[in-house]
Design a protein around this ligand. Structure first.
Ligand code: ADP
Length: 307
């Protein structure tokens, strides 16, 4: 069985539904990626690696992961911290804003809770995926532990996949993010950025400049997402620019990149070639953005996969 481990944070998502009522769900970039990968490729073992607390919310979160078919053997439980929370608010113009309570979340402690069992299991996976958000939220003093761990995983022959998913507010400074991302680009053989990551962080807006920036790293598969425009891939001598099918009514772009990543990872692992994998991943992302929230109802998603 093909095995993927995805490392990151999942939070409680609260969304105002009516006056004085909150709709409750669970989301987080890497968690979203894991959910869509598993939904699209049920035969793969998709493990979510994170840290949670020993509270009711953590239990509900794990139950939710299990209901999505995710393997939770690599979840560890802090005795002192609980999951993060965020609130999504939509104003009269339909603009969304996010309010977070995650500074003290259990996921930040993940490296302190890393044990031999987790190390061994991750080293047996085919792919290990993490994002710039997984990095940003880690307790600063635990960064060295993470890079040491990643080095072991890479040496064990696991494919390392990374999406920078740059979020300025999670970093102390842009320079701090650039330093950490340089380590991530060096360690990863598959990199799945959005074009915006590079324009905001490095001032690079043109595809050719981004490709040139990535050239010195040993990235075997570079897939650059450019919203509703196109997806570009460079893998060795192979190069492809694939147009994205337009979506008439975009409702909510939350999780567009995450669903793309999950389906792309699953498709590549299942033996799809790059063009086929991009096509399926872009169709999945195109569907996800037609519904509100990070995780769309499974019956809507299944319609795509069953096609
Ligand atoms: P990220 O969230 O990582 O920055 P993008 O915004 O580029 O990623 O979106 C990820 C994928 O979602 C795109 O590659 C595309 O397939 C799909 N997508 C995003 N926006 C649109 C859109 N307006 N129309 C159609 N597809 C879209």
């Amino acid at each position: 069985m093909q095995k993927v481990v995805l490392f990151g944070e999942c939070m409680l998502e609260l969304r105002q539904s009516e006056a004085n009522t909150m709709h409750r769900s669970f989301a987080g970039d890497v968690f979203n990626t894991a959910v869509y990968q598993k939904r699209a490729f049920a035969q793969q073992q998709v493990s979510f690696m994170t840290a949670l607390g020993q509270d009711v919310l953590s239990q509900q979160l794990v139950d939710n992961c299990k209901a999505e078919g995710l393997n939770c053997d690599l979840v560890r439980y802090s005795t002192s911290h609980n999951p993060g929370i965020y609130l999504v608010q939509t104003d009269a113009q339909g603009e969304r804003s996010f309010l977070y309570w995650r500074e003290n979340s259990a996921a930040r402690q993940a490296m302190k809770l890393l044990d031999e069992e987790v190390r061994n299991q991750v080293c047996k996976a085919d792919v290990f995926f993490f994002s710039g958000i997984s990095l940003a939220i880690l307790a600063r003093e635990d960064r060295a532990l993470f890079w040491q761990f990643l080095n072991e995983v890479q040496k064990a022959g696991v494919t390392i996949a990374f999406d920078p998913n740059y979020r300025a507010r999670l970093w102390e400074s842009a320079e701090d993010a650039r330093q950490q991302f340089a380590l991530a680009f060096t360690a990863s053989s598959m990199v799945l950025p959005g074009i915006e990551d590079f324009s905001v962080l490095y001032g690079l807006n043109e595809l050719k400049d981004i490709v040139a920036f990535c050239e010195p790293f040993n990235i075997k598969e570079l897939v650059i997402k450019n919203g509703g425009n196109s997806v570009f891939c460079r893998a060795g001598d192979f190069e492809l620019t694939q147009a994205v099918k337009p979506v008439a009514k975009v409702v909510d772009t939350t999780s567009a990149g995450d669903s793309f990543n999950g389906v792309y990872l699953g498709a590549r692992l299942a033996g799809y070639d790059i063009g086929q994998a991009i096509e399926l991943a872009a169709s999945a992302a195109g569907l996800v953005i037609q519904f509100p929230g990070a995780i769309i109802p499974n019956e809507n998603f299944k319609a795509l996969i069953d096609q």
